[in-house]
Write a protein that binds this ligand. Sequence first.
Ligand code: SF4
Length: 213
Amino acid sequence: MDKNAMFVIDERVKRTIKNLEKNNMNGYYVQTEEEALKKIEELISEGDTVSVGGSMTLFEIGVIDLLRNGKYNFLDRYKDGLSLAEIKEVFRKSFYADAYFTSSNAITENGEIYNVDGNGNRVAAMLYGPDKVIIVVGRNKIVKDLDQAILRVEETAAPANNVRLNKNNPCTKTGHCMDCKSEQRICNEYTVIKRQGNKDRIHVIIIDNELGY
Ligand code: SF4
């Protein structure tokens, strides 16, 4: 990337981390996916019970493989052959995890975390339960403010996820949100994490790359 454009992105990331810290959360900027995995290994301990929210980013950078390496008690929602009842059980047990991994739909430069869920299990665990929440995002998830976060979900994240999940919702034809009333609507729970009471709970790892939707 052009060094002048890089400067602008670097400053945006630094601002975001500074404001996450003001909101009692931790932010880290890493250059590569390997560095992100190393940071994750520093944040958790062998034997920890770990779980994940649905995320393309966690697959893309190898977090799922890391959690499957046998060092952790991984509540693996993606294990082959799980029934719907077993997946529901994983979702519920995740509230007791030592660490919960997820990506995010958007992180604002003001240090806020914005997400929209279809099922609610991911945002519920981000809000309460796991001792630690580790959020891994590409730099493309950083937006100016909450208005831009909402727009990002409507114009990018939600339509792309609808296409990935092969949903017959209007956004799969138009490429942007139509605020549908469809039975298959995947946008149901809208959450903003503005601040944490416990400084050690939320950790946001920002990777200098474009990842996920
Ligand atoms: S509300 Fe409906 S149209 Fe909008 S992004 Fe979600 S599923 Fe698509």
